[in-house]
Design a protein around this ligand. Structure first.
Ligand SMILES: [Zn+2]
Length: 285
């Protein structure tokens, strides 16, 4: 005979939890985190889209935000050299630093500084973005296991959208004959590797250094002798050098951005990818 079972049920107080406080070094990491975390996260970014990804001017409010955050998301690879000191000064034992470049297949073409193991501009390849987004999802789940299902659903959703855009863009590039470009600074090797562009030289080889006249002369010579049609410029850098190079060689300037939000029509990561590929294809055709 079945007796009525009464199991006392422990109700955990169902007050809506405050969103998880997170600090990201770059806007791109903020965007990835918001895609996975949505209403469960509150993300602040240290570098804004209007600066270069290499420059950071600390604000007192940044230190306060780090003192209250559970996660700090960085690219790593020596891009954010200033982050170590900031974390130390925040002295927040609950803060976990998440390095989103872990496991990415690195291109070791240049090192911005001695701490660098490879080129840090990994996010410009959507396959690397997928690795980064997965790291972020893992970190969110570890810090806030109560919303694991939501994080996993949002992750799957965003990975699917990344896939769609990548497939569309690869189709757009497929028929391109001449894929050669000269770039402003070495931000583009992952992007070029994914979409099949060929980088023939960089105007700025080391961050924070103006190119020497000897290097500029060499780049100009290369553009002319190889009949390279396109120079990729970036809004964060001095345009005079690029304009002079274009005037001398007859190559066309295309302004692309490594970060969302600095050029019109690039407000999201996916829009940035589409804009960069579309502009390059148009210029190279
Ligand atoms: Zn850069």
């Amino acid at each position: 005979m079945m007796g009525a079972l009464f199991v006392p049920f422990l109700h955990v107080a169902a007050t809506p939890a405050a969103p998880l406080k997170i600090v990201a070094t770059l806007p791109i990491l903020k965007e990835f985190t918001e895609q996975v975390g949505r209403e469960h996260v509150e993300v602040r970014t240290l570098i804004t889209g209007l600066e270069s990804e290499h420059s950071y001017s600390p604000k007192p409010s940044d230190l306060k935000a780090l003192g209250e955050a559970r996660l700090l998301l960085e690219i790593g690879l020596g891009l954010e050299v200033w982050v170590g000191g900031l974390v130390k000064n925040a002295s927040n034992p609950a803060l976990r630093v998440v390095t989103t470049s872990e496991g990415v297949g690195l291109i070791r073409d240049h090192a911005p500084n001695a701490a660098s193991a490879g080129n840090p501009h990994i996010w410009l390849d959507p396959e690397n973005a997928k690795v980064m987004v997965r790291h972020i999802a893992d970190a969110l789940i570890a810090a806030d296991p109560a919303h694991k299902d939501a994080y996993l659903t949002n992750l799957a959703d965003y990975l699917r959208r990344l896939d769609q855009v990548q497939t569309n863009l690869l189709e757009r590039v497929a028929s391109l004959q001449d894929r050669r470009i000269v770039t402003h600074h070495p931000a583009w090797p992952y992007f070029a590797r994914r979409f099949g562009f060929q980088i023939e030289g960089d105007i700025i080889q080391q961050m924070g250094m103006e190119p020497s006249s000897a290097h500029l002369a060499e780049i100009a010579k290369r553009i002319k002798s190889r009949k390279i049609k396109v120079i990729v410029s970036e809004p964060q850098f001095n345009q005079k050098v690029v304009q002079a190079l274009a005037d001398e060689t007859g190559a066309r300037i295309v302004v692309l951005s490594p970060l969302p939000g600095t050029v019109k029509g690039t407000e999201t990561y996916l829009a940035l990818l589409s804009s960069n590929v579309t502009k390059l294809v148009a210029a190279l055709q």
